[in-house]
Design a protein around this ligand. Structure first.
Ligand code: FAD
Length: 277
């Protein structure tokens, strides 16, 4: 197709995009993924030995010499948490646990991932909220937890926990890995505006930013999803870019889809039936 691929090139999301538009490029697609992992804002979260899932997985996959303690607790209940826990186990951690807010039946991770993690000897400590990273002489010693029976979120996304009682307990660990979600590595600029969710703001129909000719696709727009969703998003954005470059309108009202079985045609009884022409 004549696509030229330039690797190891970081594009500045403000000036860099403007420069591309000033060169021979008619449009720019921003598809930078969501790689910035989060930590809970609890005491001790900045200690050495407290890692973020995405950075940990990147280092593992780049073959870096990742140092882990003997006991690892992964905080989070999704597929990324399972990847981190299973990778920690394969790197030689003797005891690996995953701890999350949800009860086992409601964990966002695929059930097969949870089952396979258990087969690798990983313990699941479900229905907990986290109060602090416990330390001993400045070193991580565990995660302070409270048992909960449920959790609700207010309109601003703030969590409210139904705590069983005030008795805090510690899950012992010398390494803690946060796997509680990711956002794109972006900040508000002339070109890129960041939504309340931390994703890149764009028109949901045209997929274009406020700056003409700049489009988005994938996790950086939708939030963390899956490879197949990113491919579908890429196709949608490509068709919008195609229209843009042709000078076509981007807002196309979709024709409503009607199943063939829903179409009723009344044929007058006197109509003569003929062979298909
Ligand atoms: C640990 C982990 C495990 C996962 N496992 C699965 C799985 O098993 N199955 C599944 O379907 N999905 C999985 N996902 C989700 C899946 O990886 C994403 O949904 C998908 O890759 C998103 O595609 P994307 O094209 O939006 O972004 P990415 O695939 O994240 O690609 C973004 C690209 O943009 C580059 N980039 C970022 N910033 C810049 C910049 N400023 N300049 C230039 N380049 C830049 C990055 O280097 C990267 O190459 C997983 C995610 C994680 C974190």
């Amino acid at each position: 197709l004549g696509v030229e691929i330039k690797t190891n090139s970081v594009i500045d999301l403000n000036q860099g995009i403007e420069d591309l538009l000033k060169q021979e490029y008619g449009a720019v697609l921003v598809a930078i993924g969501a790689h910035k992992g989060k930590k809970l804002g609890i005491p001790g979260a900045d200690l050495d030995g407290v890692l973020v899932g995405t950075s940990f997985m990147r280092d593992v996959n780049l073959g870096k010499d990742v140092k882990l303690g003997k006991k690892v607790i992964v905080i989070g209940g999704g597929n990324v948490a399972m990847d981190c826990a299973r990778s920690a186990r394969r790197l030689g951690a003797a005891e690996v646990g995953v701890s999350c807010l949800e009860c086992c039946d409601d964990m966002p991770a695929d059930i097969t991932e949870v089952d396979q993690a258990r087969e690798e000897g990983i313990e699941i400590y479900d229905s907990r909220t986290f109060t602090k990273i416990v330390s001993n002489d400045g070193k991580v010693a565990g995660v302070g937890c409270l048992e909960i029976t449920g959790c609700t979120f207010d309109d601003d996304g703030g969590p409210h926990f139904d705590v069983v009682n005030d008795e805090e307990h510690t899950l012992e660990a010398d390494t803690v890995i946060f796997a509680i979600g990711q956002v794109p590595e972006v900040s508000d600029s002339r070109i890129v505006k960041v939504s309340k969710m931390g994703t890149i703001d764009a028109d949901s129909e045209t997929l274009m930013l406020e700056t003409n000719g700049v489009f988005v696709a994938g996790d950086c727009f939708s939030g963390v999803a899956s490879i197949i969703d990113a491919i579908a998003g890429g196709q949608k954005s490509a068709s919008k870019i195609h229209r843009y470059l042709q000078g076509d309108v981007l807002r196309v009202i979709p024709t409503s889809e009607i199943a063939a079985t829903e179409i009723k045609v009344e044929i007058p009884s006197e109509t003569e039936k003929k062979e298909r022409q």
